[in-house]
Design a protein around this ligand. Structure first.
Ligand SMILES: Nc1ncnc2c1ncn2[C@@H]1O[C@H](COP(=O)(O)OP(=O)(O)OP(=O)(O)O)[C@@H](O)[C@H]1O
Ligand SMILES: [Mg+2]
Length: 425
């Protein structure tokens, strides 16, 4: 018997009954927790809702569909560009409409296919060409075997034209996060394929981006060959967000959500960003908080806590990559604000004094006042801090005062999540 398997048998001896395994055992308390969610997966990031749950985007869905409509009759579709802030349903609508167009075309005996490419992941011409080509290849029809590596974009394109001719009448390619491509030549290649006599199949492109300024970056040649229709998705308003969440209510047990939970989540999210992803996340987190407290209803209080948690998360994200010293500085300013009720803005030297006590308390290296001043200026540049020049009294020079832009508690809670600052909590 090898050493490994004898260890395993020891282990088996100890837990004859796998339900006794302490690693995976849950006590009755935990069982109480299970009463909030029935289908939590409906609220998970990455969950793709079925069409009945897509609400509040009817106009956009129709508008995009109208551009793709020709493929159903075997005619060339128009190219589409969808812009809009994060969480406004761009990816969802693009996938949903494309899939419906494909089905409608097929039921009309048009050989249609769709490909979805996440350009954040496949950000070079070769990667996109490979993804599209491999996704569309039907070896039974084409007799081709597309290599995974070892060839360049040119060779992938050659395969692609051959595949398109052999297997399809129409193909729609979604290029999501298109601004992440390191080269927009791919847009040229795809949009000019037919014109250039490369392939006889109709190719439609739906490009999606949350950077409005992307269009200005596109070069003229690409623009004129794409000739796309543009749509801008606006942030959701409170009613739309409420609708979206209402259609996922069945993630929860009946009667678990108190009446105001969804409207409040919608109102808060609409005010802050109109981002459906964030709204759903806050709703899920509110449910998790209730679960953790082993209570039977999700209340407004849970929503407010979940909302705060989301803000702390967002702020932490903003601070990701900042040095500990930056966190010391922000912490000093937050503590000063907290300790001096009423005052919001503090001079560099006040902040420096507070910073010194923190650095000492944590046994950390203390930087010079000038360096702290520079760090504050950097944070002002990033929009975390606001610095204004204040005229001193008679005979005094003017000096800079700094205040936190973000809520003090949020700043404090996010910097204190860093284990190196924990002691200050
Ligand atoms: N109209 C809607 N109905 C139902 N769910 C929606 C709707 N719009 C967005 N969602 C949900 O919100 C989340 C974000 O939507 P989506 O991924 O389409 O946003 P996006 O505009 O592509 O954002 P990003 O720019 O960050 O990629 C998804 O989980 C999606 O299921
Ligand atoms: Mg998206």
């Amino acid at each position: 018997m090898t050493e490994e398997s004898s260890e395993l048998s020891d282990y088996n001896d100890r837990f004859d009954d796998p339900s006794e395994d302490p690693l995976f055992n849950f006590d009755d308390d935990d069982q109480d927790r299970a009463n909030i969610f029935v289908r939590k997966e409906l609220l998970k990031v990455g969950h793709v809702p079925e069409s009945a749950r897509i609400v509040g985007r009817d106009d956009e869905i129709e508008a995009v569909a109208a551009e793709l409509q020709p493929i159903v009759r075997g005619d060339p579709p128009n190219n589409v560009m969808i812009y809009g802030k994060t969480g406004t349903g761009k990816s969802l609508v693009a996938r949903h409409v494309t899939e419906r167009a494909r089905r409608a075309a097929e039921s009309n005996d048009v050989a249609a296919a769709t490909v979805y490419v996440d350009c954040a992941q496949h950000n070079t011409q070769t990667r996109v060409a490979r993804t599209v080509t491999r996704a569309l290849n039907e070896p039974d029809l084409t007799g081709l075997n597309i290599p995974r590596s070892g060839i360049g974009s040119g060779e992938y394109y050659d395969y692609l034209w051959e595949i398109l001719d052999a297997a399809y009448d129409s193909v729609i390619i979604i290029l999501d996060e298109v601004d992440r491509l390191d080269d927009d030549d791919i847009l040229m290649q795809l949009s000019r394929a037919r014109e250039a006599g490369k392939a006889d199949c109709h190719l439609g492109i739906i490009a999606v981006s949350n950077k409005i300024e992307y269009r200005d970056r596109l070069n003229e040649r690409v623009k004129s060959s794409l000739r796309e229709e543009e749509f801008v998705f606006q942030p959701y308003d409170a009613n739309q967000l409420r609708d979206i969440m209402d259609h996922r209510r069945d993630a929860f047990h009946d009667d678990v959500l108190s009446t105001d939970v969804i409207p409040l989540t919608a109102a808060v999210a609409a005010q802050e960003h109109g981002d459906a992803r964030k709204a759903i996340e806050i709703l899920r987190h509110a449910g998790e908080l209730a679960e953790r407290e082993s209570v039977e209803t999700v209340t407004e209080e849970h929503v407010r806590d979940a909302q705060e948690w989301a803000e702390i998360d967002r702020f932490e994200e903003l601070l990701r990559g900042s040095t500990t010293q930056v966190k010391f500085v922000l912490c000093s300013l937050a503590l000063l604000t907290k300790e001096n009720s009423g005052a919001e803005a503090f001079s560099t030297s006040r902040i420096y004094e507070r910073y010194q006590t923190i650095a000492e308390q944590l046994d950390a290296n203390t930087l010079s006042e000038h360096r702290i001043y520079e760090l504050l200026k950097e944070q002002a540049f990033l929009g975390v801090v606001e610095s204004t020049r204040t005229g001193g009294g008679r005979g005094q020079g003017s000096y800079l005062e700094h205040r936190l832009v973000q809520d003090t508690e949020i700043v404090l809670k996010s910097v204190l999540r860093d284990s190196r600052l924990e002691e200050l909590a």
